[in-house]
Design a protein around this ligand. Structure first.
Ligand code: ADP
Ligand code: MG
Length: 235
């Protein structure tokens, strides 16, 4: 699904060059659940932006589902970002004073999906993340964990093959964080490829594979034999 070959990313501002990623290579298969760990500044977000086709590497190749991302046109890139990849961020990035339902419907509106289909799918997704009883709550009327679940439902609107999450539990208490991770596990069981950036070991423990970054390099890429499954609580 994802193949990264010898990727480097160098940021050049004025006369200062920062090497954010240095000759990184790895592959991720369809349906894998991978955690990316590493200290602050190790290149995790830079890597996620490249995987999400939001940014391009300075050198190296990135093949996404058989296509070399560096060779795609702007239109093709836009389609990939909208349809193939779902993004989840630490700060949820929901529209304020807007209902959960509308937040989840938004990407489908941009995609021109008929209204009734949009509503039905948004409700189905909100039920899937355990918020069937909160669809008309606005963002400010929801807890952090609930807002993140709305954000996950929104990321799934276009049924993306890949879900990329950058510190999705960073603002949450442990219990809420586990609920989020349980949803990611379920998505990976259903065949979605899930890549979660975290610096919290208890969160990474749930992934089947952990890639460790340090100073822009992969220092370890290992199967997590003792990965723990979390059970989703009943709502
Ligand atoms: N837009 C940018 N311009 C210059 N340097 C950047 C930029 N974005 C990130 N960096 C630098 O690249 C390195 C990796 O950053 P980042 O990928 O955000 O790390 P992480 O997400 O692991 O904390 C850091 O040293 C950071 O300061
Ligand atoms: Mg980061």
């Amino acid at each position: 699904m994802i193949k990264v070959d010898n990727i480097s990313k160098i940021y050049s501002n004025d006369s200062v060059e920062t090497i954010a990623l240095s000759n990184i290579s790895f592959g991720i298969e369809k349906g894998e659940f991978v955690a990316i760990m590493g200290p602050s500044g190790s290149g995790k977000s830079t890597l996620m932006h490249i995987l999400g086709a939001l940014d391009t590497p300075t050198s190296g190749t990135y093949i996404l589902d058989g296509k070399e991302v560096g060779k795609l046109s702007d239109d093709e890139l836009a389609v990939i970002r909208n349809k193939k990849i779902g993004f989840v961020f630490q700060a949820y990035n929901l529209l304020p004073r807007t209902t959960a339902l509308k937040n989840v419907m938004l990407p489908m509106m941009y995609a021109g999906m008929p209204r009734e289909k949009r509503v039905n799918r948004a409700i189905e997704l909100l039920e899937m993340v355990g918020l069937g009883n909160r669809i008309n709550h606005t963002s400010n009327q929801l807890s952090g964990g609930q807002q993140q679940r709305v954000a996950i439902a929104r990321s799934l609107a276009m049924n993306p093959a890949i879900i990329l999450a950058d510190e999705p539990t960073g603002n949450l208490a442990t219990v809420q964080g586990e609920e989020i991770i349980a949803i990611f596990q379920e998505l990976s069981d259903r065949g979605h490829t899930v890549v979660v950036i975290t610096h919290e070991p208890p969160i990474a423990e749930h992934a089947r594979r952990i890639i460790y970054l340090r100073d822009g390099e992969i220092v370890e890429d290992s199967t997590n034999h003792k990965h723990r499954r979390v059970k989703r609580g009943d709502e």
